[in-house]
Design a binder for this molecule. Structure first.
Ligand SMILES: [Zn+2]
Length: 72
């Protein structure tokens, strides 16, 4: 996966196999991985909340509703 490296200030690849997913206290999902170029741990917010509210994205049940799916 590609994510933003705060040290190099650019988007770099993750070291394969280093990706770990963490859910923060406020229910947001964070992906952590090692930068393949400089080795620091990068963090990236990923879609998919464990909490309430609309579930958007590829597997959203709302995508099955044609009109709503088009808006989203
Ligand atoms: Zn880096």
């Amino acid at each position: 996966m590609r994510s933003y490296c705060g040290k190099q200030r650019k988007v770099t690849e993750c070291l394969p196999g280093s990706e770990t997913y963490v859910t923060t206290r406020n229910g947001r999902k964070v992906m952590k991985c090692k930068c393949v170029e400089c080795g620091i741990t990068k963090t990236k917010f990923v879609k998919g909340t464990a909490g309430k509210g609309l579930i958007l994205g590829k597997h959203s049940p709302f995508n099955k509703i044609p009109i709503l799916g088009a808006i989203l």
